[in-house]
Design a protein. Structure first.
Length: 313
């Protein structure tokens, strides 16, 4: 997997804001995010179609695609921040001008449904992207110090990131012993699995897989892990890193169910690759951003995660 890194952000750079999936319900969040970024010394350009609604989408496919292409074609724009996730990115993948992106590599930040865009760009262009805070989800309000400091360090420094400092009250957990190294890929579990068989996922060979999710009850997580297992994804990958699975337990006390822990135990017991869980990334406030496509290392005996290179140049 040949990758290319975007340039690091510098004071005075222009940041573009787009909504490739769903639109924020509260558009005042966009203004607050702009104010936050400007306070840090950046200039901001908001996509011309931001604020539109088409059902659960942030405007129709052509409008969302136009904002994406406009940001990558504009030489002034140095980074593209997604406003939120929701749903809609998979509808755009076959229409994206990947040559445009490859010729104009720049930072792209988001998570959740943005996973589809990040994996497609990594596959088609080799672009390193960041699973990090979104403008109308995190940047519009005060962020935890851990999340804010790690994010800006990652996008403004070309130094190797090294061993990740983990919050003391959220320790990593060892699932399968060992250590492994590889390019880190993944994201939202449901979105990632939905791309399997489409041609928009990078190769699983010699990778560290990362997954997180929200609102998926145990039988659905079971289904996703079953598909990954049947496709031999875990046999191709070198290691597995599990993030936060938020609100993923069955809420109906009358319904027969396995717990999420039961599901993980059933599958992970058969996976012979080093596995660490409880990594601070997902639909949570305390978040360590992940650069998809960089070389990473997990050691489930020492309970360490290392990013072996920078995300930017």
């Amino acid at each position: 997997m040949k990758t290319q890194k975007p340039k690091k952000l510098k004071s005075g750079d222009v940041i573009g804001l787009i909504s490739p999936a769903s639109s924020p319900e509260d558009l005042s969040r966009v203004e607050k995010a702009v104010a936050y970024l400007e306070k840090l010394g950046y200039r901001v350009e908001v996509g011309k179609n931001v604020g539109k609604y088409y059902g659960y989408l942030a405007g129709n496919d052509e409008e969302r695609l136009q904002d994406f292409h406009d940001m990558f074609a504009n030489k002034k724009i140095k980074a593209v921040f997604c406003l939120r996730g929701g749903y809609g990115v998979p509808r755009l993948l076959s229409k994206i001008d990947y040559r445009l992106v490859k010729n104009n590599p720049k930072l792209l930040i988001g998570y959740s449904d943005i996973t589809a865009l990040q994996m497609a760009l990594l596959k088609k262009t080799g672009l390193i992207t960041i699973a990090g805070p979104m403008a109308a989800v995190e940047l519009y309000k005060e962020m935890p110090e851990y999340s804010e400091e790690n994010f800006w360090r990652l996008v403004t420094s070309s130094k190797k990131l090294g061993k990740i400092e983990i919050p003391k009250d959220q320790p990593l957990q060892s699932v399968t012993k060992g250590n492994a190294k590889g390019k880190i890929i993944g994201g939202n579990l449901a979105v990632f699995v939905g791309l399997m068989g489409t041609g928009y996922l990078p190769s699983f060979n010699d990778t560290i897989l990362f997954f997180e999710d929200i609102g998926e009850v145990p039988y659905r997580v079971d289904r996703f892990f079953s598909q990954l297992t049947l496709s031999k994804a875990f046999k191709k990958a070198n290691g597995l890193l599990l993030g936060q699975f938020t609100d993923c337990e069955e809420k109906d006390a009358e319904k027969r169910t396995l717990t999420l822990s039961n599901v993980f135990d059933d599958y992970l017991a058969k996976i012979k690759i080093p596995t660490i869980s409880n990594f601070p990334n997902g639909h949570v406030e305390i978040k360590m951003p992940i650069p998809y496509g960089i070389e990473a290392k997990v050691n489930s005996e020492k309970l360490t995660v290392e990013f072996l290179e920078s995300a930017v140049i």
